[in-house]
Design a protein around this ligand. Structure first.
Ligand SMILES: C[S@@+](CC[C@H](N)C(=O)[O-])C[C@H]1O[C@@H](n2cnc3c(N)ncnc32)[C@H](O)[C@@H]1O
Ligand SMILES: Nc1c(NC[C@H](O)[C@H](O)[C@H](O)CO)[nH]c(=O)[nH]c1=O
Ligand SMILES: N[C@@H](Cc1ccc(O)cc1)C(=O)O
Ligand code: SF4
Length: 462
């Protein structure tokens, strides 16, 4: 085809059609029976017997999910004091839903083009994380573009440098770039400040860290773990159905590759999260199959601590700009995605509501649709912002306590693995992080940041 693919061109093998009825599926969900893919399709569509979403049926699904949430985890709403420290935006994988990336050639020394992106050296990463740890952060989340100069470690660099055709394996020497990201193990070690929890290396990044070798994912994750990695973010999952991946991320590892990497991380003892990125070209059958693949993986490993539905942010993405999609998920679809995740994933305790994707108001609503975790302080956000999201880059503990208390739930700070938890009394002072290695309750934001924030939110002078 010499024109870009559009929504009308897409025909999928998997379509939302079933022999199940909505009422049967809902009855099973209410009874706590394990749901099938067809059950999930019925709930996500509020019945395939009619088109569009039926609001009354939707409310019944949300109610069932909210009840399941209360039975499983009670009334506490958790969140974490964390920092996002993404190392580089250089990436040539070309996912059509992503505007986080910048073409890697714009980072080269010998280029006229000024790059719109960034690359941090390991020393720079350490400084950023050390500063945040100083302020009470105890998790760093780090996801990055697949910079061509990245290697797993010195052994891997040697292999890549000796490769007869480095281009074939998406490798270029660090000397060619203005700034080198170093190696993945150097970045892990650099971010491992004072025992901070390092949450990093998605399956896609792990694939990049083994390119041009015959090393297994176990070997990759073992070396990363030994360098300081603690848990793995289960992003790059997108939709775990290859006919969808072929459209939105043809350059990425396939479904089996993603599952293999996650299983390997579990085998070497790493905990992990899992995600779905929905609301683009996929239909409810794909969402349901995705949930089944995640549930099966968790049956095999038991190491997934939370499931995170990531609603597609469309504004600045190639998928939207090339008219492949006309927007993202509707609010009804968002609520049903959270609810059916809770009902279907009977082996994952926590469902996360992302304020980055939904905003505060809808994010809070999700906590009554099946979600029980409200993400983290993050302090910096680039993925959603660059895609056109407008819900900001951080939340303080005071924000969290206000928000969670406003819906009559209990604010609780947690560790990445949910093992350490601290119920926060809204009346206490300070509210700040207390689980951290420097647990002195230092406010999350510096004075300057607080002032800047107040200036932004203050009513304009007349
Ligand atoms: C930007 S990538 C960074 C890590 C690494 N390059 C990878 O792909 O695994 C992390 C995740 O962000 C999510 N993401 C990217 N663009 C998005 C968008 N426009 N809307 C919602 N989520 C998005 C995707 O789920 C993706 O896997
Ligand atoms: N949902 C989003 C997250 N979630 C990850 C959490 O912040 C945290 O790292 C995890 O729960 C492990 O403790 N992070 C983002 O940057 N953006 C999101 O939309
Ligand atoms: N980085 C992802 C979110 C994410 C990160 C880590 C996780 O464990 C889960 C989700 C995004 O903003 O889209
Ligand atoms: S989602 Fe990840 S791999 Fe894909 S283009 Fe964006 S940064 Fe690169």
């Amino acid at each position: 085809m010499d024109r870009p693919v559009t929504e009308a061109d897409l025909t999928f093998e998997h379509v939302p059609e079933t022999d199940q009825s909505f009422e049967n599926a809902l009855a099973k969900a209410r009874d706590g029976d394990r749901l099938t893919v067809d059950d999930a399709i019925e709930l996500l569509t509020t019945g395939t017997d009619s088109g569009g979403i039926d609001r009354t049926r939707k409310e019944r699904v949300l109610e069932a999910a909210d009840r399941r949430r209360a039975e499983t985890v009670g009334e506490e709403v958790t969140f974490i004091a964390n920092l996002n420290n993404n190392v580089t935006t250089a990436c040539n994988v070309g996912c059509l839903f992503c505007n986080f990336k910048d073409a890697a050639h714009t980072f080269e020394r010998e280029t006229e083009i000024e790059t719109a992106g960034f690359t941090k050296t390991p020393d720079e990463s350490r400084e950023i994380v050390a500063d945040a740890v100083e302020r009470g952060i105890y998790e760093v989340t780090s996801v990055s573009g697949l910079h061509p100069a990245f290697a797993l470690d010195d052994d891997h660099r040697e292999i890549l440098e000796a490769h007869p055709n480095p281009k074939e394996v998406n490798y270029k020497s660090p000397e060619l770039y203005e700034t080198s990201p170093g190696t993945y193990t150097e970045q892990m070690a650099a971010m491992d400040v004072d025992g901070v929890h390092v949450h990093s290396m998605t399956p896609e990044e792990a694939y990049h860290a083994r390119r041009g070798t015959d090393w297994s994912y176990e070997e990759i994750y073992r070396r990363l773990r030994d360098a300081g990695l603690d848990t793995v973010p289960g992003t790059a999952a997108e939709i775990l159905v290859d006919e969808v991946r072929d459209v939105i991320c043809p350059g990425k590892i396939d479904t089996d590759g993603w599952l293999e990497a996650m299983e390997a991380a579990a085998t070497v003892g790493l905990g992990m999260t899992a995600t779905i990125m929905y609301g683009h070209v996929e239909n409810e059958a794909h969402r349901a199959i995705h949930l089944k693949r995640v549930r099966d993986l968790q049956d095999r490993t038991g190491t997934i601590t939370e499931f995170v539905p990531l609603s597609f942010i469309h504004q600045n993405t190639p998928l939207y700009e090339h008219d492949v999609v006309s927007g993202g998920a509707s609010t009804d679809e968002d609520e049903l995605m959270i609810a059916v995740s809770r009902l279907f994933l009977d082996n994952i305790d926590h469902i996360q509501s992302s304020w980055v994707k939904y905003g505060d108001q809808q994010g809070l609503k999700m906590l009554s649709c099946g979600a029980d975790d409200f993400m983290g302080t993050i302090l910096s956000e680039e993925i959603t912002k660059r895609a056109g999201g407008e819900f900001g880059e951080y939340r303080s503990f005071a924000d969290y306590v206000d928000l969670v208390s406003s819906i009559g739930r209990i604010p609780v700070e947690r560790s990445t693995d949910y093992e350490n938890r601290r119920v926060i009394d809204p009346g206490e002072s300070p509210l700040g992080p207390q689980l951290g290695p420097k647990a002195d309750g230092t406010p999350l934001l510096t004075r300057e940041e607080q002032d800047a924030r107040e200036a932004r939110t203050a009513p304009a002078d007349d």
